[in-house]
Design a protein around this ligand. Structure first.
Ligand code: TMP
Length: 236
């Protein structure tokens, strides 16, 4: 498979059209941003970690019955994925209070939640990805009721699989963001990435942060944190 044309360059990845009508190629960059692009930087080696880790997670989820866009890892930074139209929603699941949830509701980071929380944000950089509920989504026709039900069911299932898996490598899955895509046939599948950019990972024993919060909050040891997760997944 060969790249033919750059389709889209995002903050962390480039997406190319290919000579295969069914597939795109994703190229993971080391560029990092936070706060809707206000903070910019580089996390050396991040593209490799995020590419290989996402593929590892997609394979694990496929084995658990979750359809994903993963097709084939082509190189350290490049992967062939199924061509989809991204549903313009960030789907967030939270197991433990942190980040914007803690800030908005005044609940200390690290507080265990009585049940997982699902949030949707409308993907629109100019608007700063505002949080929306199911009524907003239906009223503005971002997705249909059936699609929202599907996303919800898949997101909770993904949470169960990932939470259990990360526990086995001494990591608490605090929260994460996923995105879904729609194939030409109208099937909803998991897309985008699953990495320390898009999840909060805390060491189960020390509660040390092993994710992009180290970059967002200038905590230092950013590269080491990404490599530690990579190592624990047996990818190093
Ligand atoms: P939040 O607490 O800042 O709302 O973040 C919730 C989760 O979503 C956290 O795991 C980080 C992830 N996330 C992204 O992947 N992209 C984003 O743009 C933001 C704001 C959060």
């Amino acid at each position: 498979m060969n790249k033919t044309e750059l389709l889209y360059e995002g903050k962390a990845k480039k997406v190319y059209k290919t000579d295969n009508d069914e597939c795109y190629i994703v190229d993971y960059k080391d560029d990092a941003t936070a706060f809707n692009g206000l903070k910019k930087g580089t996390i050396t080696g991040k593209g490799i970690v995020n590419n290989r880790m996402s593929n590892h997670m997609f394979k694990l989820l496929e084995a658990a019955g979750v359809p994903t866009h993963f097709v084939e890892e082509l190189s350290e930074r490049e992967t062939a994925v199924r061509k989809v139209k991204i549903v313009p929603l960030e789907v967030i699941i939270r197991n433990i209070a942190a980040g914007s949830f803690s800030k908005r509701l005044g609940i200390a980071e690290g507080t265990k939640l009585a049940c997982p929380v699902l949030e949707f944000c409308f993907k629109d950089d100019a608007l700063g990805d505002p949080m929306v509920n199911e009524y907003h989504i239906l009223a503005t026709e971002i997705a249909t009721k059936e699609e929202v039900e599907k996303l919800t069911k898949m997101a909770f299932r993904i949470n169960e699989v990932m939470k259990d898996y990360f526990k086995t490598v001494g990591i608490e899955l605090i929260d994460f963001k996923i995105e879904f895509g729609k194939t030409a046939e109208g099937e909803i599948i998991l897309a985008d990435e699953i990495s320390p950019d898009t999840c909060r990972f805390w060491d189960s024993e020390t509660m040390e942060k092993l994710d992009k919060d180290r970059f967002r909050r200038d905590l230092g040891g950013v590269e080491d944190a990404y490599l530690e997760v990579y190592r624990r997944l047996g990818l190093a």
